[in-house]
Design a protein around this ligand. Structure first.
Ligand code: UTP
Length: 289
């Protein structure tokens, strides 16, 4: 079945970005000259998915405004004869068809996904965690869709992390199927290096079968009543195969300040209009202590 819909979870508090995230969504923080969330929606669209279900929360209106039309702004750009920016502003509002659902209480990632149930319906869907940005020649989700089409089961994006960092991620116990594709034998949340079955860490791109929705209510809530996606995935694994796919590309964790800084540098260096000047600036910096 073709994947037509993507769920994008953007309801988290973003406490690691305080004070910046106090009165604006962290998803609207800038990466060069675009908000982080726009890169994610563009990845979905470039992968052939243009029905987006965005999970938001109180105080996240800026996201909706960003993807809406702004007639005043268009009028001003038209009057100025700034055709290039006018086209860009219109392109953003025409990017995709986006529905918004408010998560009224931040009860965890699993809960955020669960409230998309009625809009997703009984079909497989893509899930994007906008903190993870993946710079890749072929969009990471497009790579995963090829795996989904070949095997017809849920697919989780993974990447190797240094063994001492396993305790920061969900880790899969993988059995290689071919090249970058692995069957998931089990999923372990944040294992110590000595308990980790591999160093393949789950990152924020998934293709999930709709059976996942029936499993969220079976998950025992953790600290603070949070319902974790990994717990539901573990239950799904008891019923169905799940594959892990080691995508090609560079992932940045823009959910924390150092990751956003690294992403800003990576994306800026790759921009033909900014890269050369920025590189020259970096080369002139005195990085000795
Ligand atoms: P995080 O665990 O990174 O939490 O969420 P957070 O609130 O975004 O950020 P910090 O830790 O306070 O700095 C992982 C993903 O799950 C979403 C977030 O928006 C992010 O995409 N999420 C998390 C929700 O949508 N709802 C929740 O209740 C929790």
């Amino acid at each position: 079945m073709k994947i037509r819909k993507a769920v994008v979870t953007a309801a988290g508090w973003g406490t690691r970005f305080l004070p910046a995230a106090k009165s604006q969504p962290k998803e609207m923080l800038l990466l060069v000259d675009k908000p982080v969330i726009q890169y994610v929606i563009e990845e979905a669209v470039a992968s052939g998915i243009d029905q987006i279900i965005l999970i938001t929360a109180l105080g996240k209106h800026a996201i909706e405004n960003h993807f809406d039309r702004s007639f005043e702004l268009e009028h001003i750009l038209l009057q100025k004869g700034d055709e290039k920016r006018l086209q860009e502003v219109r392109r953003i509002s025409d990017l995709a068809s986006i529905c918004y659902i408010r998560q009224k209480e931040q009860l965890g990632l699993g809960h955020a996904v669960s409230i998309a149930k009625d809009l997703v319906g009984n079909e497989p869907f893509a899930l994007f965690l906008p903190d993870d940005l993946i710079a890749a020649e072929v969009p990471a989700m497009k790579q995963m869709l090829e795996v989904y089409e070949r095997y017809g089961c849920s697919v989780i994006a993974v990447e190797p992390v240094p063994p001492e960092k396993t305790s920061a991620y969900g880790i899969v116990d993988p059995q290689q199927v071919e090249g970058r594709v692995f069957e998931v034998l089990s999923l372990i949340e944040k294992p110590n290096p000595e308990e980790a079955p591999s160093n393949l860490a789950i990152v924020g791109r998934y293709i999930l079968t709709p059976e996942i929705f029936g499993l969220f209510e079976k998950v025992t809530p953790g600290a603070g009543g949070e319902i974790q996606l990994t717990d539901a995935l573990r239950l799904l694994l008891e019923q169905q195969r799940i594959y892990a796919y080691q995508f090609e590309g560079t992932r940045y964790d823009t959910g924390e300040p150092l990751g956003l800084l690294k992403a800003s540098i990576g994306y800026a260096l790759n921009r033909p209009d900014l890269g050369p000047g920025f590189k020259e600036h970096l080369q002139q910096l005195d990085l000795s202590d």
